[in-house]
Design a binder for this molecule. Structure first.
Ligand SMILES: *Cc1c(COP(=O)(O)O)cnc(C)c1O
Length: 397
């Protein structure tokens, strides 16, 4: 049984704050500052360039990748780290398309995160006029899979509504139609149980700074099914994805397996932060995490629906169809979130009208969540959001 009081004690949260935004930027685990400090002082400071070997920096993307692999059901050696998620989306898509040379369509849905769609669109433009990104409503994806589709590109959990696609089902349908699937696990890894092996996923990508708490700008991960990895030809064929980077050959030969998806020099300090942040997950049972997440969500939904009727529930009613976040709609959503933050409850706003709340059992208790709902209802009941300072939009919302 996972002890969530113990995991809570592993985070450094500011006093008086209830943090419902770990789905966007995870908070600071206590071990991170010391580990990054050590990487700076003992490794970079003392070892200088010998740190690549002596401190094992060169293997950090693979070692940390395996730790994330455990959380998403990937076998060791099938996940590596680096770059940003946008880049990893591009790499996975480009390689998947190349594995289906007779086909020209990337299929995605309108609930996908814009950067995924932008990257797909940019890739299609590079490949030529016969390549196209096609988007349909999330509910229509399954029926839109046909034998014109080269790659299905799906974000498992919708960043706005928390709606969750059925991974195994869509993969089975896509494979039957001869298509490959690229999964974006940005709101899945560390949020819900994921089994890329059991679901027979082809490619998966995700970020580490949301539920995995690596800090702002932490590196992304990429998974390739071992059955495919040796066929993959990287579009971004960087030297650290080469079979022998230090041979300095003029010709590119991909490294073994997923290591070929490395591009350039990895961000060692961010990887050290992530490595320490992943200590929190040791001994966490994902089924227990899921049960606790749904319990927290239900407490919040019940209290908000009973106490603030102006907010319209915007997530699936069926808990099985939700990730680890819950959303409500209101036309003054931005100002309401700002007023809520001023009261110590941090959620976020997504245009045009979504108030979004993430539920992260590692550091949130049922009491926290109940209290957050009460504060939200008080903000609504007294129209505390209705002030000019809460309506002025900041650069990042
Ligand atoms: C958060 C998120 C991103 C962010 O991409 P970056 O390159 O890390 O900025 C991309 N896709 C999805 C689905 C996300 O939720």
């Amino acid at each position: 049984m996972t002890d969530f009081t113990a995991t809570r004690a592993m985070f450094d949260l500011p006093e008086g704050v209830i943090y419902l935004d770990g789905n966007s930027l995870g908070p600071l685990p206590r071990g991170v500052a010391a580990r990054v400090g050590q990487a700076i002082t003992d490794e970079w400071g003392q070892m200088l360039i010998t740190g690549w070997n002596r401190a094992g920096w060169i293997d950090l993307p693979a070692r940390v990748g395996d730790r994330i692999g455990r959380l998403i059901g990937a076998v060791p050696g099938s996940v590596t780290m680096g770059d940003t998620l946008s880049i990893k989306v591009y790499q996975a898509l480009a390689s998947a398309l190349e594995l289906r040379p007779e086909r020209r369509v990337i299929l995605s849905d309108t609930g996908n995160f814009p950067t995924d769609l932008y990257m797909a669109d940019g890739l299609c433009r590079t490949l030529g006029p016969d390549y196209a990104l096609k988007t349909v409503a999330p509910e229509a994806v399954e029926d839109a899979i046909d034998d014109s589709v080269a790659v299905l590109m799906i974000t498992e959990v919708d960043y706005r509504t928390g709606r969750k696609h059925d991974m195994a089902r869509l993969i089975a349908k896509a494979h039957a139609a001869g298509a490959l699937v690229v999964w974006d696990l940005a709101h899945s890894a560390g949020a819900i149980p994921v089994d890329v092996t059991g679901a027979d996923a082809d490619f998966a990508v995700g970020c580490s700074y949301k539920y995995l708490n690596s800090g702002p700008g932490g590196p992304a991960f990429i998974y390739i099914a071992p059955r495919l990895a040796e066929q993959v030809r990287p579009a971004l064929s960087g030297w650290l994805g080469h079979e022998a980077p230090f041979a300095f050959d003029l010709d590119y030969r991909p490294a073994r397996g997923v290591e070929r998806m490395r591009v350039g020099t990895p961000p060692i300090l961010q990887l050290a932060a992530l490595d320490a942040a992943l200590d929190v997950w040791e001994g966490v049972d994902m089924a227990a995490l899921r049960a606790r997440s749904l319990q927290l969500q239900q407490i919040f939904i019940d209290k908000v629906e009973a106490g603030c009727r102006d907010l319209i529930f915007a997530s699936p009613r069926d808990a099985d169809q939700r990730g680890s976040q819950v959303s409500f709609r209101h036309k003054e959503g931005y100002a309401i979130i700002q007023a809520l933050i001023a009261e110590g409850v941090i959620g976020d706003f997504r245009a045009p009208d979504i108030l979004r709340f993430g539920f992260t059992p590692l550091y949130l208790s049922p009491e926290d969540v109940a209290r957050a709902a009460e504060i939200l209802c008080d903000v609504m009941a007294r129209s505390r959001w209705d002030r000019p300072e809460f309506k002025a939009r900041a650069k990042v919302t």
